[in-house]
Write a protein that binds this ligand. Structure first.
Ligand code: NAD
Ligand code: LMR
Length: 332
């Protein structure tokens, strides 16, 4: 019997060869995220950095037979880890324990993110920077301020990763509606914490949920992170679903850099949508292109209830953003 063996040719062109650096690669998110990025064929150079342990993660992941080189770096080699990076993904920092808000992480994570942003601005000023470290609503403005202070800020290349809210929205909507989550697309806007997370259910097929079901669903999407924090009972927050979310978002950024069409993901970016009200960063759908953000989408038609949720979100966002900006001013 003749068995046909499928073969797949692989060619690496400059349009699909990218260096991606993960800062915090030995962590709960960093390790599975590194694994998933090793599986992305656009990543040809995977640079894994952490305070300790990254060379071990790199050695492990490097045995997977995809067409990329993996290197692990300790602090003395941060410059090398960053130099030439097209995309930098930052999940470095401490996670929540039960009873904490994301804002409670600020005191520890603000300086971690500030220092990594300084290194990124020095060694990879043109990279797209994707921030996972919480509180995202404040850490993204911190990175912006650091880049501004170094004269290298490019608002098109700074992203707060809010994709986990999008994943959860798909999953939780499908549970309520008894549908396949794979087909549920929900736009989530605002920011990444509690009331700043606003899923636009009126733009889905589920606009006529009764108010009680709708409110419970929105609350679950807004506070989905707490479910994981409580279930892990002191051992951290979402890592595996976050790795999937981070890999999806990084993949979208790479697709954009490679010039693919119609690459759209929500992200917390330097946004024109509510700047006139003092909200300098806001999550909404973004088209990704060769230069990073190609277009920030407007929110589209909203229900009266969503208008209210966004009003509340903006009030908190202004404070969260200001806190990040002030931190860099006081602690340059
Ligand atoms: P973790 O403690 O398991 O891992 C964090 C890693 O960061 C550790 O390996 C640690 O050594 C490293 N690290 C700390 N300081 C560093 C520095 N200066 N340079 C390099 N690496 C450093 O935590 P985790 O569960 O991976 O979570 C990481 C962060 O991601 C937390 O702040 C968490 O709140 C956040 N998070 C965000 C989202 C989101 O949706 N954006 C989702 C989940 C978690
Ligand atoms: C999440 O949404 O799971 C993360 O932001 C982690 C957390 O603290 O909840």
């Amino acid at each position: 019997m003749f068995t046909k063996i499928a073969t797949r040719s692989f060619s690496s062109t400059s349009a699909s060869a990218y260096k991606v650096a993960v800062l915090g690669a030995n962590g709960g998110i960093g390790q599975p995220l590194s694994l998933l990025l090793k599986l992305n064929h656009k990543v040809t150079d995977l640079s894994l950095y952490d305070l300790k342990g990254a060379p071990g993660v790199a050695a492990d992941v490097s045995h997977i037979p995809t067409h990329s080189t993996v290197r692990g770096y300790n602090p003395e080699n941060l410059k090398e880890a960053l130099t030439g990076a097209d995309v930098i993904v930052i999940p470095a920092g401490v996670p929540r324990k039960p009873g904490m808000t994301r804002d409670d992480l600020f005191n520890t994570n603000a300086s971690i993110v500030r220092d990594l942003a300084k290194a990124a601005a020095d060694h990879a000023p043109n990279a797209a920077v994707c921030i996972i470290s919480n509180p995202v609503n404040s850490t993204v403005p911190i990175v912006a301020e650091v880049f501004k202070s170094k004269g290298t800020y490019n608002p098109k290349k700074l992203f707060g990763v809010t994709t986990l809210d999008v994943l959860r929205a798909s999953r939780f909507v499908a549970e309520v509606a008894n549908t396949n989550p794979v087909h549920e697309k929900v736009t989530v806007v605002g920011g990444h914490s509690g009331v700043t997370i606003v899923p636009l259910l009126s733009q889905t097929n589920h606009k006529s949920l009764d108010a009680e079901t709708r409110d419970a669903l929105i609350h679950r999407i807004q506070f989905g992170g707490d479910e994981v924090v409580q279930a892990k009972n002191g051992a951290g927050s979402a890592t595996l679903s976050m790795a999937q979310a981070g890999a999806r978002f990084t993949g979208a950024v790479l697709d954009g850099l490679a010039g693919e069409n119609d690459v759209v993901e929500p992200s917390f970016v330097d946004s024109p949508l509510f700047k006139d009200e003092g909200v300098d960063f806001f999550a909404s759908k973004v088209t990704l292109g060769t230069e990073g953000v190609k277009k920030v989408h407007s929110l589209g038609e909203l229900s009266g209830h969503e208008e209210e949720l966004i009003k509340t979100a903006k009030e908190t966002l202004i404070k969260n953003i200001q806190k990040g900006v002030e931190f860099v001013k006081q602690n340059p």
